[in-house]
Design a protein around this ligand. Structure first.
Ligand code: GUN
Length: 302
């Protein structure tokens, strides 16, 4: 019988900050070698529509990381009243730009724009977000392609900390196209960070705690602050928290704090490993975007 008291395991933090610094240094060296061969530096562009606070921060962080690893970057901004047709035209221009290796359109977009149409307008060869159905399809059958940056970053984080998922029960909470679904898929790949038994839960799953309690590795990607409580996990669980909800907080200079999907104070004492928010999955996501862009640049050569 499981105790209802929280065990005080000494948990280890899975630092995305530390792991991403390692991977970024690898990318920087590869870019250096690439440029030394006479190639131009990889070039990533981001389209940012409107002024959503979260999107502003993410895109700024992506552009800054480009600089750190030696990429060229371009930020293309539009006001939120841009029409869908204008945005699709802008995407076409980027598709045809031979000086550009990859680009992203930061989501979410204003309600009058159909996100799926936008995703499908991006040339799959420049789709470094891995959102285009062609790339999603390839990923789902294990072909080499651009993989959505957050799940790819989580796999890299597990690899960095030598955490094997082989034969483990991985429970993914959340079924989004950009995190939950590709995450479940990657965990089914063969290999040390694959070979898992995967369960995907979501808002319509009854008795969700009964399932999350069975997780050896729990990936929380529901977007509900502190959704995973201490009594929803077993002792020794490995916890990956994908949540980054902004909570108003007048004690912070920015006026908000970031909250994960996991109630850290309750869950961490039961965990063997856990990601912090911020400084966990977030930096790994950006790192994977850089890896995808380098991949696009190398393919351009061929
Ligand atoms: N919005 C939240 N995450 C992402 C992402 O990975 N890529 C893009 N383009 N938009 C996002």
């Amino acid at each position: 019988m499981e105790s209802t008291n929280f065990d005080t395991n000494k948990y280890q933090i899975l630092s995305g900050k530390e792991a991403s610094a390692h991977f970024k240094e690898e990318i920087r060296k590869e870019v250096e070698a690439f440029v030394a061969q006479g190639e131009r530096a990889p070039h990533l562009a981001a389209i940012l529509v409107g002024h959503d606070g979260g999107s502003e921060t993410y895109v700024a962080s992506k552009m800054k990381t480009c600089e750190e690893v030696g990429f060229k970057s371009s930020l293309i901004r539009y006001e939120s009243d841009i029409t869908e047709a204008e945005l699709l035209k802008a995407i076409q221009t980027l598709n045809e730009d031979n000086e550009l290796d990859g680009f992203i359109v930061q989501m979410p977009l204003p309600k009058h724009i159909d996100e799926q149409k936008v995703i499908e307008a991006v040339d799959p060869r420049k789709d470094v977000d891995g959102f285009h159905p062609e790339n999603v399809g390839k990923m789902s059958i294990g072909l080499d392609t651009f993989v959505s940056a957050t799940p790819l970053g989580i796999i890299s984080l597990l690899k960095y900390y030598n955490i094997s998922t082989r034969g483990k029960h991985c429970v993914v909470v959340g079924r989004s196209n950009i995190v939950g679904k590709p995450m479940a898929n990657l965990l089914l790949y063969k290999g040390e960070q694959g070979d898992a038994t995967v369960t995907v839960c979501h808002s319509r799953t009854p008795n969700i705690a009964e399932i999350t309690k069975q997780a050896d590795i729990l990936i929380a990607a529901v977007g509900i602050p502190e959704y995973i409580k201490g009594d929803m996990v077993k002792n020794g669980v490995i916890v990956i928290d994908v949540g980054t909800t902004r909570i108003p907080d007048s004690s912070k200079k920015s006026g908000f704090r970031l909250s994960g999907d996991v109630k850290f104070d309750e869950v961490a004492p039961k965990a063997s490993y856990i990601t912090p928010v911020p400084g966990g999955v977030g930096p790994m996501t950006i790192c994977s975007l850089m890896q995808n862009t380098l991949k696009a640049a190398k393919q351009r050569k061929k």
